[in-house]
Write a protein that binds this ligand. Sequence first.
Ligand SMILES: [Zn+2]
Length: 112
Amino acid sequence: MHELAVAQSMMAVVMENAAANNAKKITRIELVVGKLAGVVPDALRFCFETLKEETIAKDAALIIHEVAATAHCATCNLEREVGLYDYFCPTCEGPVFPKGGDELNVKDIEIE
Ligand SMILES: [Zn+2]
């Protein structure tokens, strides 16, 4: 499962960060997941909940921020949210290029 590998590498980042700050406990983990990153937030959450069980993060609240991709149409100046397969502007049918939405990282952690 793709989400498991993602959760494992994110967990490694969290643990590294916690160790560097001499954390005894992790109370909150915030993740950023772009809508075009190819990760299902619910599946990622499930993997994370499983992985954190035997760690100092076992009681941590997990917050997932979903980030949409936006695209700007150079032809008619429209700025809008886009999906994975939106390559053309809905207004003028000119080509658009998605910007962002592929984020996949640890935004913040809170430790004790
Ligand atoms: Zn347009």
